[in-house]
Ligand binder design. Structure first.
Ligand code: IMP
Ligand code: MG
Length: 186
């Protein structure tokens, strides 16, 4: 089987956008800043974002929350915690980082949980915003890019566990559609 992946956002475009997001965050002068990366999809974005934060003079600490959602898109879908934040979040300014904000269920769950635990503020940084399928009342405070309604991979994001390692963000071209994209066998 052959999978074709077309580039949507290349490495330089992503890097410039991540730097801009770090500058935007720095302007809010966060206190006792804690970056919480939602695993797994955000791991590359979060790694780049905290280094960009360092370059603009911020000193974030990092935490991880591993969430998994079941039955996404269906009414009964729920979010399960596979690993929770260990640090005390009380009184802290938190940036909650995820790869994609789509239905919003995952991030609204995480945001509410951190707020309940006493965070001073919880702001959401989503690499990609897919606004068409929003189900929960949540928006991102910081958005890398608005994403077309396509299935995207790379830069941490997967399709069936594959393609997280790609340094760019691409979309999978459905079988049978021809294009001048990058073709990789699988
Ligand atoms: P939601 O906002 O709760 O619907 O969750 C969005 C999550 O679904 C993202 O964090 C991804 O893990 C996953 N997801 C949604 N769209 C895509 C995609 O196009 N590629 C890879 N993962 C996706
Ligand atoms: Mg995710």
């Amino acid at each position: 089987m052959t999978v074709t992946i077309n580039t949507l956002f290349d490495e330089d475009t992503i890097a410039a956008r991540v730097d801009a997001l770090a500058r935007e965050i720095a302007e809010t002068r966060p206190e006792r800043l804690l970056v919480v990366a939602v695993l797994k999809g955000s791991f590359i974005f979060a790694a780049d974002l905290v280094r960009a934060m360092h370059r603009v003079g911020l000193t974030p600490e990092m935490e991880f929350m591993h969430l998994s959602s079941y039955g996404a898109g269906t009414q009964g879908s729920e979010v399960r915690i596979l690993r929770d934040v260990e640090s005390d979040v009380n009184g802290r300014d938190i940036i909650l980082v995820d790869d994609i904000l789509e239905s919003g269920r995952t991030l609204s769950f995480a945001k509410e949980r951190l707020a309940k635990r006493g965070a001073r503020s919880v702001r959401v940084a989503a690499l990609l915003d897919k606004p068409e399928n929003r189900k929960a009342a949540i928006s991102a405070d910081y958005v890398g890019f608005i994403c077309p309604d396509k299935f995207v991979v790379g830069y941490g994001m997967d399709m069936g566990h594959a393609w997280r390692q790609l340094p760019f963000i691409g979309y999978v071209v459905p079988d049978g559609e021809t294009s001048a994209g990058e073709t990789r066998g699988e």
